[in-house]
Design a protein around this ligand. Structure first.
Ligand code: ASP
Length: 327
């Protein structure tokens, strides 16, 4: 007979959740202690919200929505309230979700009035025959679904308005010197997108990502976050991934899917695959950012090639770890 402790260990449900709140040039020099404390508390709150769902035998999809909604409602992150401004000083939000058991997915781009874009992405997945909706059509669908809508200024914050002003000022200076600024040069280099990956007690993975995109974006620009395979991917056979960083590179590198494909076709594990894509291919292309990824054993990888990434994880027992810088 097995000793009692190992019986318990075997029977203990295995589940977990990991989140990010964006990658960028984060260092102890450009974040005050107060800000750092606030970010850590918000990340922990999001982790606990998702954990409560998983502990109650909820699905990984419900857990990532619970975690992401905490961050969408927080002004600290570039998602929902507190999202970055477009060049027109409005907020346009992108989000996506994918279910690893069914490989069903939903995504929205450029929405201006939907309070929780991740919830709308799930509605697209569950209640429409489509995977992705953008702009006015996505808003009309949200209304039809009875999802909460708010005026665009609900999302606005002074901090992001000042960031837009700084970026546009820099852009004017550069233009007088005759070169057009790249989004990444123009941006504040503190990205701030949010995302979550989870494994539930049924052994199913899910991933989701929500963002305002990049400061001063224009012409209806959509980033990687709502693009399945670029910013978000989940498949029970490999892993769940949510990305953050300079979206144009994540789209061209098909980063989230590349990690899953590496696992599938080479047999490499989660950490090796995620590292190879972020520190190898993405970095070689000149892209900056990172991912959180989880496999169906509940292993977590969180590689990034910026100086920091807001990130955290919680295990079945409720042990929380939160990190911001490289450590
Ligand atoms: N990946 C997002 C985008 O390019 C930005 C971010 O992660 O902060 O829209």
């Amino acid at each position: 007979m097995l000793p009692m402790s190992s019986v318990m260990a075997q029977d203990a449900p295995r589940f977990g959740l990991a989140i990010h709140g964006g990658a960028g040039t984060l260092s102890p020099d450009n974040i005050s202690e107060e800000q750092e404390t606030a970010y850590r508390a918000a990340l922990e709150e999001a982790l606990r919200a998702g954990h409560a769902v998983l502990a109650d035998e909820g699905t990984s999809r419900a857990a990532i929505i619970a975690a992401i909604q905490v961050m969408e409602a927080s002004e600290l992150f570039n998602a929902g309230k507190g999202a970055v401004f477009t060049s027109e000083a409005t907020v346009e939000l992108d989000a996506s979700i994918m279910d690893g058991a069914t490989r069903q997915a939903g995504a929205v781009g450029g929405v201006k009035t939907v309070k929780s874009p991740i919830q709308l992405a799930e509605a697209v997945m569950l209640h429409s025959p489509h995977v992705m909706m953008v702009g006015a059509g996505a808003e009309a669908f949200a209304q039809e679904q009875g999802l909460e809508q708010v005026p665009n200024d609900y999302f606005h914050t002074e901090r992001r308005r000042r960031a837009l002003e700084r970026v546009q000022q820099r852009e004017r200076e550069q233009q007088t010197q005759g070169h057009l600024l790249e989004l990444s040069e123009a941006d504040d280099h503190k990205f701030g997108t949010v995302g979550a990956v989870a494994l539930d007690q049924q052994g199913n993975l899910a991933a989701g990502t929500s963002t305002g995109g990049m400061t001063n974006k224009r012409w209806g620009r959509i980033g990687d976050s709502p693009i399945i395979g670029a910013g978000t991917y989940a498949d029970n056979e490999t892993c769940a991934v949510s990305a953050t960083g300079h979206g144009e590179y994540f789209i061209r590198g098909v980063v989230a899917y590349d990690i899953a494909a590496m696992m599938r076709y080479t047999g490499l594990g989660l950490t090796e695959s995620a590292n190879a894509v972020i520190h190898g291919r993405l970095t070689e292309m000149g892209g900056t950012g990172g991912v959180i990824a989880m496999d169906r054993e509940g292993n977590v990888a969180m590689p990034f090639n910026t100086t920091g990434m807001y990130r955290g994880q919680i295990d079945a027992e409720g042990n929380v770890e939160v990190h911001i810088f490289r450590d």
